[in-house]
Design a protein around this ligand. Structure first.
Ligand SMILES: *[C@@H]1O[C@H](CO)[C@@H](O)[C@H](O)[C@H]1NC(C)=O
Length: 273
């Protein structure tokens, strides 16, 4: 594997360089998309990144959408309902994004959440939830509602409209899964400046705060990210390199990535095969 080389300052520059010029007060939201939770932050030029607290003053918001006849609840309030009426609450959407109906993850989801009926889209072959006789929702639409909700939180926090987003997705996401996230963001009225692999974001963050430890000696570091839906190991090399244009600069290189995505392994009863 050739590995990808990225200068450490890339994340910050990436966000700031893409801001429309002269827009000194434009805020960009970042969304860290997990399988159970999402974390939202606000980035503004010249201001340190700030974590957006949700209505319950928490840093992370459960990915949960409750759809009742005339009511829609999101986040913590939806999760609360799931204990009483699980049928009305949709969670763990990440494992369904961009998946074909015959995907193993879909079967596992169906076993874990038998209260939901997952059907196959006749043309695309992807899945949708049958909510009632008249209503159906795709996982992308439900994630779109979550992203729109996060956008509302970000706007309240920043006290200004937010249209642009940087979204981190799992490193193992394929093209169809990435497209599904982009679709969801579009439904939320968000312009996605960049989808970033979550392991790259972690490696960048590590390097940015340890700039002094990086010199011309190669340093290899392995990162483990154990979430509720997957475990990813990433080997990253840090070293300074000399370039003609920028002089000596720190650089990181993703050497290798390995993931296990037994999404529902925390519930052994769901894994009868
Ligand atoms: C998005 O969220 C806002 C509140 O922040 C709400 O007024 C609006 O109806 C939502 N849009 C969609 C498409 O759900």
């Amino acid at each position: 594997m050739g590995g990808r080389k990225l200068p450490l300052v890339v994340l910050v520059c990436l966000v700031l360089a893409m801001l429309p010029s002269g827009a000194g007060t434009v805020a960009v939201m970042s969304v860290d998309l997990g399988s159970e939770w999402m974390k939202v932050a606000i980035v503004k030029p010249g201001v340190p990144m700030e974590i957006v607290l949700n209505k319950e003053s928490r840093r992370k918001t459960p990915i949960a959408v409750c759809l009742k006849e005339n009511e829609r609840l999101l986040g913590d309030s939806a999760l609360g309902v799931s204990v009483k009426t699980p049928k009305t609450v949709y969670r763990h959407l990440q494992s369904l994004l961009g998946k074909k109906h015959n995907n193993l993850q879909v079967a596992l989801y169906q076993k874990r959440f038998p209260e939901h009926q997952l059907l196959e889209h006749p043309v695309r072959g992807t899945v949708y939830f049958k909510n009632s006789e008249e209503t159906q929702f795709t996982p992308e639409e439900l994630l779109g509602m979550m992203l729109n909700y996060s956008r509302g939180l970000a706007q309240d926090f920043a006290e200004q409209p937010v249209k642009d987003a940087v979204i981190t997705v799992p490193a193992f996401f394929n093209q169809a899964e990435r497209r599904a996230v982009l679709q969801a963001a579009q439904m939320a009225g968000l312009k996605v400046l960049q989808l970033i692999n979550d392991n790259t974001a972690v490696a960048l963050n590590y390097g940015v705060f340890r700039r002094k430890d990086i010199d011309n000696t190669v340093k290899n570091i392995m990162f483990y990210d154990m979430g509720s839906g997957s475990t990813t190991a990433t080997i990253v090399t840090y070293q300074t390199v000399k370039t003609k244009e920028a002089g000596t600069q720190p650089q990181l290189q993703i050497r290798g990535v390995g993931s296990v995505t037994t999404t529902h392994s925390s519930i052994p009863s769901a894994l009868s095969y």
